[in-house]
Ligand binder design. Structure first.
Ligand SMILES: CC(C)(COP(=O)(O)OP(=O)(O)OC[C@H]1O[C@@H](n2cnc3c(N)ncnc32)[C@H](O)[C@@H]1OP(=O)(O)O)[C@@H](O)C(=O)NCCC(=O)NCCS
Length: 241
């Protein structure tokens, strides 16, 4: 749930009177402490931030503070990209973590359109349930906006698969962050290299230090499962000497 709340200022302003466009609960608490200094001019700001924190404790995820003095501010917020006022969110932005069973719905929402477009291989909910421990997710305000998985191929190599970032959040290095974490995981599992098979995103893997190779470079156990009809490009990254 999201609450729009009207205030007298443009939103929450910093000490230089610049608008703070987004704040999370932790930052809001810090501001309340800083501004609870007895200066009457800060009373309304402390009241507004405290009201947002109270709403978070009751399950509201986002509160938006919008000026009642600016003509059309609410319409600008709803219908323009830059919006208006300050958005307070309960969550710290973009949390990258190991996926759990409760993330399956979010992962499916993210990957279904890509499966339908043939970019990703289809995975059923049942399969995801058994493989969920291979997955990492990036969550923003309670929504899964990124996912990727590391599968063991053989003792010394792993395969990075099912990497996807929500279209609204692409080109912000989130895919790179997932890749980096999966490479760390692969090193912990003593893999000397990781593979990625892709029909559309070789540029992305090349950007992060992968090299393109032929099917012959795949380990035998993976070569037998290679789907010649998909004709994916094969990329490999060396993790150890
Ligand atoms: C591929 C994907 C995971 C990349 O994630 P991302 O967060 O957008 O990528 P990053 O911001 O980390 O990209 C880093 C670099 O990779 C390259 N890159 C990423 N996406 C690209 C694209 N669509 N076209 C060209 N280059 C791209 C760029 O060099 C980019 O650097 P730049 O933005 O400074 O130019 C994401 O675009 C995606 O989900 N795409 C749709 C699903 C998909 O293709 N999955 C791969 C299946 S194997």
């Amino acid at each position: 749930m999201r609450i729009n709340s009207l205030c007298s200022r443009r939103g929450i302003l910093d000490e230089k009177q610049q608008l703070i466009p987004t704040l999370n609960a932790e930052e809001a608490e810090r501001l309340i402490k800083d501004y609870s200094d007895g200066d009457e001019r800060n009373d309304s700001l402390v009241l507004e931030l405290s009201a947002a924190l109270r709403a978070f404790r009751k399950g509201v995820r986002r509160c938006h503070l919008i000026s009642y003095e600016e003509d059309g501010a609410l319409l600008f917020e709803l219908f323009t990209k830059e919006g208006r006022g300050t958005l307070l969110s309960q969550y710290t932005p973009e949390e990258l973590r190991t996926a759990g069973i409760n993330d399956i719905g979010g992962i499916l929402n993210l990957i279904r359109p890509l499966e339908e477009a043939g970019v990703l291989v289809e995975r059923s909910r049942d399969l995801l349930e058994t493989e969920i421990s291979n997955f990492l997710v990036i969550e923003l305000e309670g929504t899964v906006i990124g996912c990727a998985a590391l599968y063991p191929v053989c003792e010394e190599s792993g395969e990075i698969a099912c990497i996807a970032i929500h279209p609204n959040h692409q080109r912000a290095k989130l895919g790179g962050r997932l890749l980096c974490e999966l490479e760390k995981k692969a090193r912990q599992q003593n893999h000397a290299h990781v593979y990625a098979l892709t029909t559309v995103a070789s540029h992305f893997f090349l950007e992060y230090g992968f090299v393109e190779l032929g099917v012959g470079a795949l380990p035998n156990c993976r070569k037998t499962l290679y789907n010649y009809r998909r004709n994916s490009k094969i990329l490999k990254k060396q993790l150890k000497g």
